[in-house]
Write a protein that binds this ligand. Sequence first.
Ligand code: PGA
Length: 263
Amino acid sequence: MKYLIGNLKMNLLSPDDVRQYLTVLERETRGHLLEGVEYVLCPASIHFGLMQGKMPSPIKLGGQDMFWEKEGSYTGEISPIMLKQYGAEYVILGHSERRLYFGETNDIVRRKIDMALKQMLRPIVCIGETSDERSAGKTGAVIEEAIRSIFDGFSRMQAEKIIIAYEPRWAIGTDTTPETADIMEVKILIRRVLSQMFDLKTADRVPVLYGGSVKQALLPRVCIEAGMDGVLVGRESLFPYEMTKMAEMLSQSGAEEDNKQEE
Ligand code: PGA
């Protein structure tokens, strides 16, 4: 299974914008076989009412964030139950913009993951180094620390429900991306740490996606050749045509991998 996750961020500013987006999405998705691809769009929470039940099949809905409690006096926050009730199956957690502007730490992210899992939402957890950490040669240490704190205390069954998105912070919104070999190295590191914490089978079952300036032309480099399980797409997710193309490329690469495994 390959994952194509679109993070629409704080875009589509009016109900008309959302309706127009849905019309284009429907037009650009219809008739395309997206076998073996889990295609998820994550709109701003206020758009859920407009989008629920209007997504062309097989596209699913996800949240961009949620709170770690179910309900109560938490002004401005979104409950995981609200997300679920409005049709979400996934939720992005620990996005670097949440970490940067709202001070989210791995600890906070860990609490949110716990609540998401309890509410049967699949968390897509973002991790990644800053450009300073990268220049100081600390990428490996940052990733290992994040993985250890995110997965700490979860059972194997819970761990397998978590999706990791490796998003180098310097690659988000910048049109710069790491080399294929660097992405691959991070995936191998994540597998190694997870197999130490759990076992090899569990480590193999945790999908690891790439995110940061993803677009169609870069997909082979940042995902397919790097052996990643899919991508988390920001700006390009506003263009349904591009997303369909990427879904098709992922579907094809998944089918080729399956064939290789059968040989
Ligand atoms: P970008 O954003 O694709 O616009 O770089 C990626 C993300 O924030 O997940």
